[in-house]
Write a protein that binds this ligand. Structure first.
Ligand code: C2E
Ligand code: CA
Ligand code: CA
Ligand code: CA
Length: 275
């Protein structure tokens, strides 16, 4: 560690500069982006083992920036929050997602990610609900995904927004469950319908008896609380078998399907539901 002491500050200041530069370039590009044209939504199916077919799909944002290329969604979402564009971006993404989902067969659900900012007041979600209404998409097929940290960020307001979502007939999922603080301590108090278990719990399932026990506990917690549970990040046959053995019912991950373009999602669903 001592050997590094000299070079570290240099490394960090370069890295820091690079990050600041990258961030401002990203924010700059986002400010000038044509959101309607450059933003897309992909859809990742969730498998319901109970009936053996797709239960619903999660919308995932994609941005191909003409100057910077493809940017990871967690990065441009954060940038949009920083520059006060998240409201507009979220509405563009949601409208695109619902416009696809309204053509899906049956009772398939649409899951949509909400960022922390969308939970600080009721207005953003009210606008999304009215967009769904305008487009004729039934609220009972809508699931809003929020992370634990977004809830803890402003607990009081978040609770109001979650209650608003549910009183409109839509559903709430806690995303990346198990990665935040004190999850188990408050989960029974939150107005939620679904827990999504973070993929880090699946990753070393094959090698580690403890992670099996942890996953098993989380699944039985959900069962006891009458909350649906989606296990995320299932990539391999081995993980899939283990999650099934542990009692997992809803599974999302590359093993079942990667995120699909809207066209591919439409095609896959048509075949699956034979409409
Ligand atoms: P998330 O909500 O946890 O979404 C799941 C992420 O895991 C997605 O990454 C998905 O492509 C990836 N994934 C799915 N299955 C597997 C698997 O089996 N293995 C592995 N390694 N990864 C898998 P993506 O699309 O890059 O999104 C990253 C994050 O960006 C999302 O994490 C979410 O927090 C955020 N995000 C994406 N779209 C939106 C959006 O429209 N609004 C907001 N607020 N956030 C979004
Ligand atoms: Ca999510
Ligand atoms: Ca997640
Ligand atoms: Ca996440």
């Amino acid at each position: 560690a001592k050997q590094n002491a000299k070079s570290e500050p240099v490394f960090f200041s370069h890295e820091h500069e690079r990050l600041i530069f990258a961030n401002s370039a990203l924010e700059q590009a986002l400010r000038h982006a044509d959101l309607e044209k450059e933003m897309r939504v992909e859809f990742q199916p969730v498998l319901d083992l109970g009936c053996g077919h797709t239960k619903g799909l999660e919308a995932l944002a994609r941005w191909s920036c003409p100057t910077l290329g493809r940017i990871r969604p967690d990065l441009f979402i954060k940038a949009a929050e920083n520059i006060g564009m998240i409201g507009r971006l979220t509405e563009v993404l949601f409208r695109k997602a619902v416009n696809e989902a309204r053509h899906w067969p049956g009772e398939l659900t649409l899951s949509f990610n909400l960022s922390a900012t969308s939970l600080t007041s009721e207005a953003p979600v009210m606008r999304l609900l009215s967009i769904a209404d305008q487009l004729g998409f039934p609220t009972h097929r809508l699931i809003f995904e929020i992370t634990e940290s977004a809830v803890m960020n402003d607990f009081e307001s978040a609770m109001e927004v979650l209650n608003l979502i549910r009183s409109a007939g839509a559903h709430v999922a806690i995303d990346d469950f198990g990665t935040g603080f004190s999850s188990l301590a408050y989960v029974h108090r939150l107005p939620i319908d679904i827990l999504k278990i973070d993929r880090s719990f699946v990753r070393d399932l094959h090698a580690n008896e403890r992670s099996k026990n942890v996953l098993r506990s989380m699944l039985s917690l959900c069962e006891n609380l009458n909350i649906a549970c989606i296990v995320e990040g299932v990539e391999t046959q081995e993980q899939f078998d283990l999650v099934c053995d542990l009692g997992g019912q809803l599974i999302q991950g590359y093993y079942y399907s990667k995120p699909l373009s809207s066209g591919d999602a439409h095609m896959v669903l048509q075949i699956e539901f034979d409409t």
